[in-house]
Design a protein around this ligand. Sequence first.
Ligand code: ASP
Length: 319
Amino acid sequence: MSMGDVAHVERVGGEGPLLVIHGGAGRRLHEMTLEQKAETNAALAAALDAGYAVLAAGGTAADAVIAAIHVMEDAPCFNCARGAALTLDGTAELDACLMLGNGETGAACGLTSAKHPIDVACAVMERTPHVLFSAPSPALLDEWGIEQVDNAYYVTPARAAALEEWKQLHATGASAADAAAADATRHGTVGAVARDARGIIAAGTSTGGITGQVSGRVGDSPLCGAGTYANAGSVAVSCTGTGETFIQEVAAYQVHARVSMAGEALDEACAHMLEAVDGRGGNGGVIALPAEGAGAIGYTCGAQMNRAWAWEGQRFTGV
Ligand code: ASP
């Protein structure tokens, strides 16, 4: 299904337990090699299986989201945890958010040692009265039982090469086309939205940010309402793309507002949000599902989205 000139939106699944995941959207992902496509597809399938197994066993939407994201955080082909996009300094700074339909939320940004950033988001939600932590100390992460790694664990040869390419393009005053090509290396953020057998919904997102970001920069992913949002009365949403424009459009909350306040269908709401992001010069994608009924996957035209979903006997992965 295509909603117009700006965004493609697909309706996915139906009533009952449903899991939708993404592994980022970007302008040039369709130029991936066959090997890269196969690796990404396999990682999406593994994440989908891990998350849907939780739902099939009667587990919670939150646990399904976390299980799916864990697999993608371990896979070097995505921009989160191992394989994260690198800052200008060559280090990884990670952000994540988890939100449940009842409003419970946890998020963290600027993480430099958590093996699974989504676990930190979960710990913030479950173990503190707060919503968002910036660079929690290793001692605090220890207290929360978070597995920690050296920052070098996250750095892959592909991401180091992408940073070098990015630096060279910027040093030489690259053309818009070259800059757009390099932009592809910035994507690969992961996210999941799930609905369990009780109709409870949850959303989670985990990212390394964008290649060449100045240390300390934070995108939309860990911001409740921007890159991640869930509301039992409407939808669970996870976004990916040029974070600044998703923040400016309060993108995930915007999908909720369009559905619950403007009465838009979920696929229309996703398309209209992506149009607004496009209007600010951004691009990317979104996954969303309601408390009842089909979910949606949307991405801006010219972009490609790593995505997968599972519902009843149906299962889809695509890059
Ligand atoms: N939205 C993420 C950020 O801006 C990046 C991405 O989704 O590719 O940090």
